[in-house]
Structure formats: C-alpha cells, structure tokens
Design a protein around this ligand. Structure first.
Ligand code: SF4
Length: 451
C-alpha cells in the first residue's frame, strides 16, 4: 500500500485534524511515514492565521515537487479552504480539501490513485477540490493514534467560531460554531482513558462557549460546564485542560467550576489581544481592559494557585503610542505567567486588512513595541520560575526532552515545562513529583522525588 506523509503547520486544532486523517489512512491499510522523502502521498495541513504559515506551506510543497513528484500531493485545512482551486493551478497539487471535509481525504486519495493507475485522466483532471460545508462534520474528528505510553491527548469538541474578531480569518475558514454532543465527547474520553490517557485537552476555536447555540443550560450551567463535569467523572482522567477560550466565555458558572472540579488544571489561557479599549473595539473584542482585569481577579480568587497566560497583538491598525502604553500598563497590573506577543500582520480576507493604509503602524514601531512588551513579560514571569527552586511540583511526564533526548520532560498543572533525568520505562506517562533544582528560560529543571 502507498506510504503517506502529512506535514502540519499551525495550531493544535490542525495537529488534531492531522491525527484523525492519519488514523483513517492507517485503518485503510496505508503506512504513515515520518518524512516526505519516501512517501507516495504528501499532504500539507496548514492554517491561514498568518501569511507566513501559508508561504511556508507553499514553499514546502514546491520543494517536495522539485525533488521528486509524489504520486499524490495535496493541501488540506484552513489555507485549502480559503484558496480552493487556486492552489491546483498555483502549486500543481492533485487534492485540495477544506476544513469540513477531513473525513473524505482518504477516499479522495484512493480515487486519485485509481485514476492515475488506470491512466483515465490527464494531469488537469487528476485534481479534486472539495471545500464545501458539511453538516455534522464536527463529529468526524474523534479517533486517535496513540504512541506507546502516551498519557495526554487532545479532544476536539467543536468547530468554527462566530465571533468575527477583525484580525482573524477563522470564522471564514472554519465556518460557524458547531459543537459535538456531550455524550459523544465523553465516550471518546472514556476510550482514551481505557488506553491509558490521564490528561485531556478539550479543543475548540472558542472552546468555553461550546454548544451555546445547540444545547440548553441546565441548573444555570452552560453546556461547557456540563461537559467539564461529565469529563471530570471519567475514571482514569486526572487532568483536564481546554484551549482556546474567549474572555467573554468565563461566566460565573465556569469560574465556580475551578472551585469544585479538582481535575481542572490550574492554568487558564486568556487571550487579551490589547489593553486599550479603543483598540479592543476596533478588534471587535467585546470587553474592556477594566472588565478583563476584574475577570482575572475573579479567576485568581476562585483558584489562588492558577497560572494565567495570554496572547496579545501589538501594532494593530490605529494603535497609537498611548494605546500601546495602555497595554503595557495592563500587563504590569495583571502580571501574567507568560504571554505570546504577536506583531500585527495583515491577513487577507479579514476586516482589519481592509482598514485604511494611513492607520497602519510602521514595522519598526511594531518591532519596538514587541521587544518592549516581551522584556516586560520576561521580567515578570521569569522570577516566578526562580521562586519554584527548592519546591516539589507535580508533573505528567510526556517523554524525552525536545532539546536533550537523554532527559525526560513533563508539565505541571500550571503548564510549566520541567526537564529531569529519569527512567523512561518508569516515568513516561506517569504523574509524580519533581523537586526543582534550577530555573531556566521558561523551563524548570529538577529530580524526581522518591516515594
Ligand atoms: S474568537 Fe478567536 S477564533 Fe474566533 S474570531 Fe476571535 S480570534 Fe478568531
């Protein structure tokens, strides 16, 4: 059977979609390969959030085809969705599959191979483009390929987003919000737990607003909190995370959930995007800096040990120095545990890309704000790591460290990375304590505590 390689660029949702497609290929008898050099089928699954990701994907496909033309090449995911058949002409691929059609990829590859083998089609006709919407497509991302001793898994609970933040392409590439039924998600989590998974991360573009249009609130609890409670009941699951949330989805019931669901990890990622009310309005983010600050206070009151991280964009169209300083001030006040700082870059097809040229922030100014904010984030966050030296922290060991294969790595509930010398057979996939001996740049080092 042909060998398949899927290269993935982008977010955890993309990784999860790739895992599903890989599993479907394996079930059909194909062999998945780690590199594209010996693959008969080369697919690229990429997001569209930044132009850079698209350029990288196009460059990669060009490189693959220059070296040797595989039997089948194709794009899937957000870029495929937004560019459609344009990719067949531009990148000369055989297959373009959008975000609601992942479950059709294997059939399409089969079809193309059959046609090529039978030589029934000329090069033009080999291509298949499917970027249509499909009802219930959110329910097709549900199977897992687990590595040996894998104890952490992502579970896709919904697709799409209705929020229409002006910088974001997701509502146009992933469509409107569609949630999976709670019972189906819980079944998937049970199956994972039976295979040894101890930690699940619930995934969605706007995960904490899951099901708001489809499922009713029960006893004042949103569908998302109902789902958290149900997953919390699954035997064997010891940690629950979720990403990516929206600040407006943190209603009273979700904040309270952190007080009575101990398996909810002590980490929230709260994308603030800007600390300026004027910019938040331009971004179409429905909260103010004051409301955001109050929200963080309420979350910290509910779970005092919780880590709060964020995403922020600097240099959004119209951002004045004063607006930037408001963001800076918010960062000083909140003192995030970590932050991902992005320089605004135009994303074709979004409302912000259409904003007048006159209000675009020059690149050197964006760069200066980026560096300034990063320095502030580091000056606040890194001492928090130093303070953990000498303490015992509980981690879930994920496997060998990415930077040093001879050592092992794991994460704390607050999502901090810990590297240590351990015994793979004994430690991988287990939850245990590590005594921290040293703090590095957003990484902790330590030794397992003998029990
Ligand atoms: S909430 Fe997130 S996914 Fe939805 S439009 Fe805004 S940034 Fe994009």
């Amino acid at each position: 059977m042909p060998r398949v390689h899927i290269k993935t660029y982008g977010c955890q949702m993309n990784e999860r979609d790739t895992e599903q497609v890989s599993q479907m290929f394996t079930e059909r008898g194909y062999t998945m390969t780690a590199t594209d050099t010996d693959a008969d089928v080369v697919l690229i699954n990429t997001c569209s959030v930044r132009d850079q990701a698209e350029q990288k994907a196009m460059g990669k496909m060009g490189m693959v085809r220059r070296r040797r033309i595989p039997l089948v090449t194709g794009f899937m995911g957000c870029m495929a969705q937004s560019r459609g058949s344009e990719l067949v002409d531009k990148a000369k691929v055989d297959l373009v599959v959008g975000t609601q059609k992942y479950h059709r990829v294997v059939d399409y590859v089969d079809e193309i191979i059959r046609a090529k083998e039978a030589k029934q089609m000329d090069e033009e006709r080999f291509s298949i483009v499917d970027v249509e919407e499909e009802e219930q497509s959110q329910n097709t991302i549900r199977d897992h390929t687990l590595k040996e001793k894998q104890a952490s898994a992502f579970v896709s609970i919904m697709q799409g987003c209705n929020m229409k933040c002006t910088f974001c392409i997701v509502p146009y590439t992933r469509g409107g919000e569609r949630g999976r039924p709670i019972a189906d998600i819980v079944e998937e989590v049970k199956r994972l737990a039976e295979r040894g998974v101890k930690e699940v991360t619930l995934l969605g573009q706007i995960v904490n607003l899951y099901g708001r249009h489809e499922f009713p609130a029960v006893d004042g609890k949103s569908p998302f909190v109902q789902l958290l409670e149900a997953v919390h009941e699954v035997p064997g699951i010891q940690r629950i995370r979720f990403t990516s949330p929206h600040p407006i989805g943190y209603k009273k019931d979700l904040i309270e959930a952190f007080t009575y669901l101990p398996k909810l990890a002590e980490h929230v990622h709260l994308p603030v995007q800007s600390g300026s009310d004027a910019i938040l309005k331009r971004m179409h983010r429905p909260y103010t800096a004051a409301k955001f600050t109050e929200l963080v206070q309420r979350i910290r009151a509910a779970r005092p040990d919780i880590a709060v991280t964020t995403d922020v964009i600097v240099g959004f169209p119209g951002e004045t120095e004063e607006n930037y300083l408001e963001t800076r001030k918010l960062f000083e006040a909140i003192r995030f545990d970590n932050a991902f700082v992005f320089r605004y870059s135009k994303r074709r097809g979004t409302p912000a890309a259409e904003m007048e040229e006159t209000i675009q922030v020059p690149e050197p100014v964006k760069e200066q704000r980026n560096q300034d904010l990063l320095a502030l984030v580091n000056s606040i966050a890194l001492p928090m790591y130093d303070r953990l030296v000498g303490q015992d922290v509980e981690i879930l060991c994920e496997g060998p460290s990415k930077t040093n294969e001879a050592r092992l790595t794991g994460r704390t509930g607050s999502n901090r990375i810990v590297v240590f010398d351990g015994n793979p057979a004994r430690h991988i996939g287990e939850i245990f304590k590590v005594r921290i001996t040293e703090a590095g740049h957003f990484t902790l080092f330590g030794d397992p505590v003998l029990s």
